[in-house]
Design a protein around this ligand. Sequence first.
Ligand code: IPM
Ligand code: MG
Length: 365
Amino acid sequence: MNVTRKEQGTRLSMKTYTIAVIPGDGTGPEVIREGCRVLDAAAAQGKFHLEFQPYDLGAERYLRTTETLPPTVLKELTQVDAIYLGAIGHPSVKPGILEREILLRLRFELDQYINLRPVKLYPGVWTPLKDKTPEHIDFVVVRENTEGLYAGVGGFLRRGTPDETAIQTSVNTRHGVERCIRYAFEYTRRRNKHKKLTFCGKTNVLTYAHDLWQRTFDEVAKEYPDVTTDYTHVDACCMWMIKNPEWFDTIVTDNMFGDIITDLGAMIQGGMGIAAGGNLNPEGVSMFEPIGGSAPKYTGQQLINPLAAICAGAMMLEELGERQSAQAVEQAVCQVTSSKLKSLAAGKMGYSTSEVGDLVIEALA
Ligand code: IPM
Ligand code: MG
């Protein structure tokens, strides 16, 4: 009894963060389980407490109730310190429904206007790029996350007829573009690596949308004389990411291009098994996720790599202000990739999903 009270007392006096956990579909629950275990271990070391609140959003709930993101849940999610998401998407639900009504809706409703995606080759990890090592592949993509082609503006005319027309418009507001670019400059400065920010666009074709981006970029740049600026067309960016990834420090880009180049980024950093991202509202509630999707064919088999979810958890700690613990988790992941795993690919790690979680926890200790 006394011990319990004492424990309770310690817990009450500790800093506590409320984390909404959305394990989601497919392999989401398996990887999030390991993520939560690692985060708990990091919290114990860092002397803070994480209170995980589970939410059953995803295919199962949708198929059972036709609910995707009920208003009551959305309201609760605006009150938490952060959201930790596994994956959304299931073969038995028509593509687009869950993605748009859960994942994208959360990003929009919570105004998570930055999608931060580090592209970092960890030690010991195989990259398809010959002769490239961790010192060459270490940059961060700042993707605008609430506008562009994702805004859902458009429609059909004479749908289903031979005269059908479909229009999907890219929305670029000065406000949305500027806050993203500003964040990217601040981030580049804070990251303090090469202090170089590259705008990735298509100014030779998107002569309205990316003209606005370029002008905003140039204007904001004047406030950051310590940051070197650069520009690359998105197609060339794909080329340089393969040929000379070491040229990049921080890249800022729009929603659609950011989606595409970060899958390319994930491949050069060793695959979806390690690629993590944060959907940030720097003034509100942010959401962290492995970027690889639900990988339905591996569901429930303990084959999937939880490191991407664990790295997303580290990003969450960083954003919560628990910087030391974030770094500790990242270092533990480095130790595991460099000394333990045979591969990062599902089923080829040499360990099961939960064993990889164990390895990270051991390395943390
Ligand atoms: C991502 C995903 C999503 C996106 C999909 C699932 C809607 O590809 O997070 O990159 O396009 O943003
Ligand atoms: Mg994507």
